[in-house]
Design a protein around this ligand. Sequence first.
Ligand code: GLY
Length: 365
Amino acid sequence: MSGYNLQVKTAGFNYRVLIEENGLSRVGKSLRLLFPSTRTLLISDRTVYNLYGEVVLQSLVEQGWQVEVLSIEPGEQSKTLDQAARLYDAAVEAGLDRNSPVIALGGGVPGDLAGFVAATYLRGVPLVMLPTSLLAQVDSSVGGKVAVNHPRGKNLIGAIYPPGIVIIDPLVLKSLPGDQFQAGLAEVLKYGIVVDSSFFYWLEKHIIELLKAEPSALAGAISGSVKAKAAVVEQDEYENNYRRVLNFGHTIGHALEAATNYNYYLHGEAVLIGMFAAVDMAETLAVLNDKQGGRIRNLLDQILLKKPPAGLTAEAVIDKLRQDKKRREDDLIFVLPKEIGEAAIMPVNDRVLIKEVIENYLNKH
Ligand code: GLY
């Protein structure tokens, strides 16, 4: 497989996204060329560190880096200000200066947390993303969203703080559990549906290879996703408007996650259900024609749909929708596909329709 060397260029930042097999064993060298420092803080979670920590550490040490390592407990409960405080202590202990990178090795949780620390320590030190889940590779490692949670809501405390470099090793996906892989694929399909029609057609052609995790298809899907995300972020880094297309499937997806206390659905599983619901809505509201809607559904159908938990009601989901932080006054904002590769960001007030599309999912099982 040949690798990909992509660029993300926004008004204030310009960074590379490298997609290459065994990229983790070359991290030390890539960073040596970029940052005039000898010190770094490597942040990971225990599960990922046990698998890949040694490879990254060795590549850093070989290139003369002095590395302080901090492993957090895996899981969303680690994304707190208390954990960030521990990491600031470690950054002080490690003697990081303004040029010393903070490295995030892992999925969305280490990425968001380490990113938040990098954004704030010394008013900002370089951030290096080494994403190891498919979701982190195609979404959270690119675009600069970093955050910790507040007891009242996910990602309530955060910043837009772009990384200095992202290094993606597709081979690490071999150790990713199957449900997480499928959930990550849902976000890959999202880019084809609402951002890039030619990527959508590519995905239609390669979905079977992708589901088998064939390496060249995987690298193509990661690169297509990163290119699509970069195109959106380059236009609207601070999510004033267009970047909200990336929330396709997320309005109902977030409500499903919240209604099940964030412990039933993986993020991508809930987003997949939300994408089906948004396609149903777009067709009913005549934003999308049935032919294109059918084609989108066929692609989404390739990914396993998670059944609802016993007892989940449309009312419970709607209740959480109302608390969605993207709510504008009384309107709920949805991202609805208009045609393959393009979406409308629009308020939807039709409560009967919203209930109907949620029930479509709940009654399927
Ligand atoms: N995950 C959506 C975004 O980065 O905007």
